[in-house]
Design a protein around this ligand. Structure first.
Ligand SMILES: [Zn+2]
Ligand SMILES: [Zn+2]
Length: 469
C-alpha cells in the first residue's frame, strides 16, 4: 500500500473507532482503580488486545515482582480482587492480576510472512515472552500507556461532567484525576489501527500498559527489569495536557523536557516509651527525633546546579499525651533537576536522619517507596513526530517541539533505557480542553479530540519508523 493510502487508513480508522474509545474511557473512569489495583482495567485491556489478535503478556511476564514498591497487604489485595470481579473484570485475565501484577503488554509480531496472522497467545512468564516475540532483523518499537487512577475521591458536584453523564467514579477514594483513563484508551485505539495496517509494519511492536504511575512506585522499573526494552530502539509515550491556544486547534507537543528526578522514602523512627511525667529522662522520644528530621530536611541547602525539592507527608504517631513516643512514621520525597542533584538531596537527607535520630538516641528504618529519573525527549524522534503529524496526518502543532515540565515521570526509566541502547524516546503532550486542573477532584478531559489525535499520532509514528528502508 502506498504511504498516502496508509495514512488515510490511519486517519479514517481513528475517526471510526473514537465513539467506542469514548465508551471505554467512561467505563474506566467509572471503575477507577489506583496503583497495583488495576485488576478490572488491566483484565479488560488484556481481553481486548487478545481479541484483536495480539500476543498478550500478563502476570510475571510483564513486571519483575520484586522491583515493585509500596505494595498492599495480601488481605487488602484479595478484597480488591473480589471488588474487581464484582465490577465485571474479565474472568480469564483477572486471576493474573492478583497481588498487584496489573501490567499488560500487547505484542504485534510483524513482517514474518505468516498469513493469516498467527493466532494470539497468552504469555505468563518473562522467558516465554522473550523466546519468540522479538525478531532481530527489525527494530523493537515500544509504546507506554499508564492506566492507574489517583487516590483521591471524585467531586460530587452535579455540574462535574462525569456526574452529569453518569460515569463518575464508583470506587470511593479513587478517581481518574490525571487522565490515565484516556491514556489506556489511546493505547487500545493505537492497537486497533496498527492491527489494521499490520502488513505495512515490520519488527516487534510492544504496547505496554503500565500500572501505578502515580507515586512512581516501581512499575516502570519492574517492566524494564524484565528485559522488555533491552532490544528496543524507540519508546513513544504521552500524557494528556490542557490545551493552551485559544482556538483549541493545536494537537500535541512532540516531546517534553525538564521533568525532575525524584525518590520517595518511608521512615519509621524508633524510640523508647516512658512515663512523660514520672520518668521522661528514661524515654527516647521518637516524636522529637522525627520533628527534628522534618525541620532539618527542609533546611538542606539548595543546589546551585539547578532545581532541588523536598517534601514531607503523612506523619503518624499513635502514642498518648502522657507517654514518651516510641514509634513515628513519616514519608518524604526529594527531587532534582538532574539525577545528580536528586542524589545530592538523598545524601543530605540521610545525614539528617542519621544525626537527628542519634541526637535523641533513636534509631530508624528507611524504605524506598518510589523513584523516577530526569529525562528529555530525543530531538530526532520529536522531529519525526512533528513531520508525521503535520504532513501525513494534517494536524496543527505548537511552534516548539518540546514542552517544559516540572513534575516527575517513571517513563523516564524506559526512555533512558532506550536512549542508552542507542535509540530514541519521547513523551508527547497530547492537548485537550479540560475541566479544572490535574489532580483536582473535579478534573476531567474532553474525550473526542485527545482520543482521536492520540491514537492517530502513535500509529502514524510507528508506521513512519517501519516504512524506513
Ligand atoms: Zn498525575
Ligand atoms: Zn499522569
Amino acid at each position: 500500500m502506498e504511504r498516502a493510502k496508509v495514512y488515510e487508513t490511519i486517519r479514517n480508522t481513528a475517526e471510526e473507532i473514537t465513539p467506542k474509545l469514548i465508551e471505554y474511557r467512561h467505563d474506566f473512569h467509572k471503575y477507577a482503580e489506583g496503583g497495583w489495583l488495576e485488576i478490572r482495567t488491566g483484565s479488560l485491556i488484556a481481553r481486548r488486545l487478545f481479541e484483536m489478535g495480539y500476543d498478550v503478556l500478563v502476570g510475571g511476564a510483564v513486571m519483575k515482582p520484586e522491583a515493585r514498591m509500596n505494595l498492599y497487604t495480601e488481605e487488602f489485595f484479595e478484597k480488591e480482587y473480589q471488588r474487581a470481579v464484582r465490577q465485571g473484570a474479565d474472568p480469564e485475565f483477572a486471576p493474573y492480576m492478583k497481588n498487584g501484577m496489573t501490567g499488560v503488554i500487547g505484542i504485534l509480531r510483524c513482517g514474518n510472512g505468516e498469513e493469516p496472522h498467527p493466532p494470539a497467545r497468552v504469555l505468563t512468564t518473562a522467558e516465554e515472552a522473550h523466546r519468540d516475540t522479538e525478531n532481530d532483523a527489525a527494530p523493537v518499537i515500544g509504546m507506554r500507556f499508564d492506566i492507574d487512577a489517583l487516590g483521591i475521591p471524585e467531586s460530587e458536584d452535579p455540574e462535574h461532567q462525569p456526574v452529569k453523564c453518569g460515569y463518575a467514579s464508583v470506587n470511593n477514594g479513587f478517581m481518574h484525576a490525571c487522565g490515565h483513563d484516556s491514556h489506556a484508551c489511546i493505547g487500545l485505539g493505537t492497537a486497533e489501527i496498527l492491527m489494521k495496517i499490520r502488513k505495512e509494519l515490520k519488527g516487534t511492536i510492544k504496547l505496554i500498559f503500565q500500572p501505578h504511575e502515580e507515586g512512581v512506585a516501581g512499575a516502570a522499573e519492574a517492566i524494564v527489569a524484565n528485559g522488555h526494552l533491552d532490544k528496543a530502539m524507540y519508546l513513544i509515550s504521552s500524557h494528556s495536557t490542557k490545551q493552551t491556544d485559544e482556538s483549541d486547534e493545536e494537537a500535541l507537543y512532540p516531546g517534553m523536557h525538564g521533568m525532575l528526578a525524584t525518590s520517595k522514602w518511608g521512615v519509621v523512627m524508633h524510640g523508647r516509651s516512658a512515663h512523660a511525667g514520672g520518668s521522661p529522662e528514661k524515654g527516647h522520644d521518637a516524636l522529637l527525633a522525627a520533628a527534628t528530621c522534618i525541620l532539618e530536611l527542609n533546611a538542606i541547602p539548595r543546589h546551585s546546579g539547578g532545581i532541588s525539592r523536598i517534601g514531607i507527608g503523612k506523619v503518624r504517631d499513635d502514642s498518648v499525651i502522657n507517654a514518651i513516643s516510641d514509634e513515628v512514621h513519616f514519608d518524604f520525597e526529594v527531587r532534582g533537576q538532574t539525577n545528580e542533584i536528586c542524589q545530592y538531596m538523598e545524601r543530605k537527607a540521610k545525614l539528617v536522619l542519621d544525626h537527628a535520630s542519634a541526637m535523641h538516641e533513636c534509631t530508624y528504618d528507611l524504605v524506598r517507596k518510589g523513584g523516577a529519573e530526569n529525562f528529555a525527549s530525543s530531538e530526532g524522534l520529536m522531529k519525526r513526530v512533528r513531520r508525521v503529524c503535520e504532513q501525513d496526518l494534517g494536524m496543527k502543532l505548537p511552534e516548539t517541539d518540546s514542552m517544559k515540565g516540572s513534575g516527575s515521570e517513571d517513563v523516564s526509566y524506559m526512555i533512558n533505557k532506550v536512549i542508552a541502547n542507542g535509540g530514541e524516546g519521547t513523551f508527547m503532550r497530547i492537548l485537550t480542553n479540560v475541566e479544572d486542573i490535574a489532580h483536582s477532584r473535579s478534573y476531567n478531559i474532553n474525550d473526542e479530540k485527545i482520543l482521536t489525535n492520540g491514537a492517530k499520532a502513535f500509529a502514524g509514528v510507528v508506521y513512519d519508523i517501519c516504512s524506513e528502508k
